[in-house]
Write a protein that binds this ligand. Sequence first.
Ligand SMILES: Nc1ncnc2c1ncn2[C@@H]1O[C@H](COP(=O)(O)OP(=O)(O)OP(=O)(O)O)[C@@H](O)[C@H]1O
Ligand SMILES: [Mg+2]
Length: 244
Amino acid sequence: MQIITIANQKGGTAKTVTAAAILQAGAAQGLKVLAIDLDPQANLTFALRGSTKGKGSYELLEGDPARQTIHETAQGIDIIPSSKNLATVTTSQGSARRLQRALQPTRGIYDLIVIDTPPTAGELLYNALQASTGLIIPLQADIFGLQGLYQIADTARQFKKSNPELTVKGFVLTRYDSRSTLKRTMKDTITAKAAEMQIPYLAEIREGVAIQEAISLQQSIFSYAPKAKPVQDYEKLFKKIMEG
Ligand SMILES: Nc1ncnc2c1ncn2[C@@H]1O[C@H](COP(=O)(O)OP(=O)(O)OP(=O)(O)O)[C@@H](O)[C@H]1O
Ligand SMILES: [Mg+2]
């Protein structure tokens, strides 16, 4: 069973969309999947139409049993939703091992767990990395994307010692437009720099309005627009993730 963190300390790189897409692809294949929203912005909770009433990831980190924090959604995805209190979780409140401990009882229940994280280095991201078997890094093909890749790779490296299970599964180029010469050049640069850091290229996801539409309607991208280019790209990414 894989526990995958979607992370990049840079904001707006399609972390939440990528997390939602992987979970929705899993649910469409009949897998039992669990979403964990560790971002106080609660974007994944919104996208999956998760409940914000009752317990969520804040309470999970505070030591409440996992089963009390899990909610079912209409998309066939279970979710541990975000809550406002999450923003108050700080380093001084405890260790980065809280999520790892809290998720132990769920390991036999789910085929796949995906964790969405906020665009900052801090206790929430650290708990996610400590609890995961894999890290996927979404980024855009520009210079700040490359800078973000260096930063998250550095953070992940620090967790390899305390969590030997953690593998950097790779990076995903999001909102990609292959017609742009600049983006193609940046793709080559990023792929080369990533290879030097032993970070594999996973996929490129094309830009497409269907993504924003499905998310704002709180629908699965696979039922909303199965033929849309970015949706097909996410399907390919999902297959690659499940292969290894
Ligand atoms: N392939 C795509 N085509 C079109 N729009 C996209 C695509 N992927 C993501 N977006 C849009 O880009 C914006 C940012 O995406 P998202 O919220 O997933 O980023 P994020 O990394 O989670 O942001 P944050 O750092 O704030 O958590 C959203 O409006 C989303 O709908
Ligand atoms: Mg997000």
